[in-house]
Design a protein around this ligand. Sequence first.
Ligand code: MAN
Length: 350
Amino acid sequence: MDLARRSTHNPILKPADIKPSTEGMQIECLLNPGVFRFENKIWLLLRVAERPEQEEGMISFPVLKDGSIEIKRFSKDDPDLDAGDPRIINYKGRDYLTTLSHLRLVCSNDGIHFHEPEGYPPILGEGSQETFGIEDCRVVNMKDGYHLSYTKVSPEGVGVGYLFTKDWKKFESRSMIFPPHNKDCAIFGDKINNRYYALHRPSSPEIGGNYIWLSESPDLLHWGNHKCIAITRENSWDSARLGAGAAPIRTSKGWLEIYHGATHDNRYCLGGLLLDINDPSRVIARSEQAIMEPIADYEKTGFFGNVIFTNGHLLDGDTLTIYYGASDEVICMAEFSVSEVLASLKKSRI
Ligand code: MAN
């Protein structure tokens, strides 16, 4: 089953469309943008993944050190190197990312043709918690401004960072709101019973797994009352890993969350999860089948093929426009009918 209407313009952005952040870097991947409206335009907060041009027989990648870029280089023949996954390498028992990601703003009048506006600086990794970069930023617009939740990566671990901005030029409150290992954090755009809510994805290597959790907060910085609301399902499209996409959508049936699920062989699809409007820890329904699967060429082949990953969307009546990373390399767009997605969900407890 695939309920998505893909844009005929896909992919709408490719690495070659954007300039590298610094001389000597190449953009390998554009992926997983946060999405929002600002000053009558549609904006994407792209994740831009870079590394130096690769030399024959070597693997090299950037890391941040004291605010500047340091290049690490390993020979592909080194017996201490495990480079089986294009995204991660292991050297002498330590994991590194093969690219360094930062966040970049682009805007558009039609939601298809995007350009980089002047005067909006990129958001770069900062401090010891972001030396391997920042990734997959969700953006939610509330009355006071824009609230950002993103993945912070460093040798200390992978956790969720928080930022606040009103004008996309000055950013405040940079802190880790969910400690490692945690990612895929989507903050709800409305308070419920006077509390903020967020979905997030801690990981347990032994007992437990890669499940979606719900938390509450009085101030968006301190989170508690954690509850697990969706777990992986054996022999299913979401058997190995789940994670929230963008902020849940308020519908007449409850909060609809478009989430990603992956199999053990890393095939990433999308599905829906419906939560009670007053008590989002109560799951009403969930997709049995994926609602969007990697079927287009650009979703099947690329930097890391067979991946559809979304963490940003726009809602206009019944039309949900998602922006997504395809094959961890290019940015694409697709539309769903919210009522069609709701009608496809099946009753579920967790
Ligand atoms: C990770 C995510 C994404 C990425 C997928 C697929 O789980 O953090 O950044 O798109 O893997 O590689």
